[in-house]
Design a protein around this ligand. Structure first.
Ligand code: FES
Length: 138
């Protein structure tokens, strides 16, 4: 995980799709294998792109708690307990949780949902692979 270099940003292409929304080429797909994530600078924003078991997800690199660099945090799973398992602790969402490096708030990457606060859900950006390239739409 690292912020993009100036050269990478300059190489990034942008074009508009049929709806007039901008599409950006972020990187070659092999640069972001499963289990990896990276922060890209896109049109003045910082966006974290995650490859979770072969599926890409993109979230803003801004934690809603105190605007920390959320996507520079660690990806892991989390402990949970529920009535169905007799309130036994279990490890869930392995590889799907980003933890903010500032104060530890956790978010579910595929949905953007805060684990601690049901009313907080991060914006998600459309990101996909096409012709070996990772593309993002703002
Ligand atoms: S800024 Fe992310 S947990 Fe505080």
């Amino acid at each position: 995980m690292s912020a993009t270099t100036r050269k990478e940003r300059e190489q990034r292409e942008a074009r508009e799709d049929r709806t007039g929304r901008a599409e950006y080429i972020l990187a070659r797909a092999e640069e972001l294998p499963p289990g990896r994530h990276r922060v890209f600078a896109v049109a003045g924003r910082e966006i974290g792109v995650f490859n979770v078991a072969g599926t890409y997800h993109a979230l803003p690199n801004l934690c809603p708690h105190q605007i920390g660099p959320l996507c520079q945090g660690r990806v892991s799973g989390t402990l949970a307990c529920r009535a169905e398992t007799g309130w036994q602790l279990e490890w869930v969402h392995d590889g799907e949780i980003i933890t903010c490096p500032w104060h530890g708030m956790e978010f579910h990457i595929p949905t953007g949902q805060s684990l601690a606060f049901k009313e907080i859900r991060l914006r998600r950006y459309k990101v996909w692979e096409e012709d070996g390239l990772i593309k993002l739409r703002l």
